[in-house]
Design a protein around this ligand. Structure first.
Ligand SMILES: *Cc1c(COP(=O)(O)O)cnc(C)c1O
Length: 318
């Protein structure tokens, strides 16, 4: 299985300037959607580290959860298939049409256990207990690759961004990204702290969660990651900017503005965005900058992936 070893000081995805966007600021993009495994994305970055941990612990099967459109579940199922590790995915019962992630998860032969949303926790415990009773050593990964290992993946990304800045002698004024379970954002914030930066420049555009909950989860994740380090006193909650203005009444709910930006980015730059995460975050970023009248700044957008969701979007417009 070919995975990029992000710990070897190698840039795992490129950063470049978007030249066709004439919007009063200089826009750059970090293409984590091209991270070289299983159609890329932040879930591939996190999964790589979880997988290493699974191997170190000598686990012989993996259990995680997520919906049928989950990028995380697709990547885990893909890794499991490649390594011949049995994979169980606990999925909430939902009335949803077919998605490419779901097709891929089935193709990778993952076992899907459906559960009513309110019983997901119970179902996970039952599945894990059964595997253990059968003499297996299951490895459990929280939905979306949440937890310190997932956070580490974006601490690494922050280092990549800093290296790019150093080599190219620029400094991004703002770093935007789609924020969901908060792991990506907590990794970036921890990266800032570990680099001795005290002023925040990271803006997480929430794709579903509302405040205070959404922000609290990020704050908690940062605390958790820093808990056993010398940096724990350096964290100021003000460093977490989790903007819930653009959630558009919930996970996966789209609108014309998001769709317009997806088309614009595809046609002008050849970059695929999706309606659930990156399209929503990109549209939110543009609004955020407009509202605050920010001009002549250097802006980095982290493209967190979701390529199969881009094709779901195409299916919707054809
Ligand atoms: C999961 C996901 C996010 C959100 O990442 P979190 O770490 O959960 O906040 C953003 N973009 C894409 C494409 C995702 O799949």
């Amino acid at each position: 299985m070919i995975l990029t070893n992000t710990e070897k000081n190698k840039e795992a995805s490129m950063i470049y300037k978007l030249n066709k966007l004439d919007l009063n600021n200089d826009f750059y993009i970090k293409r984590d959607d091209l991270y070289p495994f299983s159609f890329g994305g932040n879930k591939a970055r996190k999964a790589e580290l979880f997988w290493k941990d699974l191997k170190n612990k000598g686990a012989d099967c993996v259990v995680t959860y997520g919906t049928s459109s989950s990028n995380h579940c697709r990547v885990i199922a893909n890794l499991a298939a490649g390594d011949g590790v049995p994979c169980t995915i606990i999925s909430p019962i939902e009335q949803k049409k077919q998605t490419y992630n779901k097709i891929l998860i089935e193709l990778f032969n993952a076992e899907i256990v459906f559960s009513p949303v309110e019983k997901v926790k119970e179902t996970i415990n039952t599945v894990l207990a059964k595997l253990e009773k059968d003499g297996k050593h299951p490895y459990f990964i929280m939905g979306g690759g949440h937890g310190n290992i997932g956070t580490q993946a974006y601490v690494n990304v922050y280092s990549e961004i800093c290296r790019y800045e150093k080599e190219n002698r620029i400094k991004f004024d703002y770093i935007f990204h789609a924020s969901g379970t908060g792991t990506t954002q907590s990794g970036l914030v921890c990266g800032q702290i570990l680099n001795g930066e005290t002023e925040n420049r990271i803006v997480g555009i929430s794709i579903a969660r509302k405040n205070p909950y959404g922000r609290d989860v990020v704050v908690e994740s940062v605390r958790d990651y820093l808990a056993n380090t010398d940096w724990k006193d350096k964290f100021d909650e003000q460093m977490v900017e989790f903007d819930d203005t653009y959630t558009n009444s919930g996970y996966g709910v789209t609108n014309d503005c998001i769709r317009e930006w997806i088309l614009k980015l595809m046609k002008s730059e050849g970059i695929p965005l999706d309606e659930t995460y990156t399209g929503k975050a990109f549209a939110g970023m543009i609004e955020w900058l407009k509202k605050k009248q920010i001009e002549n700044k250097k802006i980095l957008f982290i493209h967190t992936g979701g390529t199969p969701l881009f094709f779901d979007y195409l299916n919707g417009i054809c």
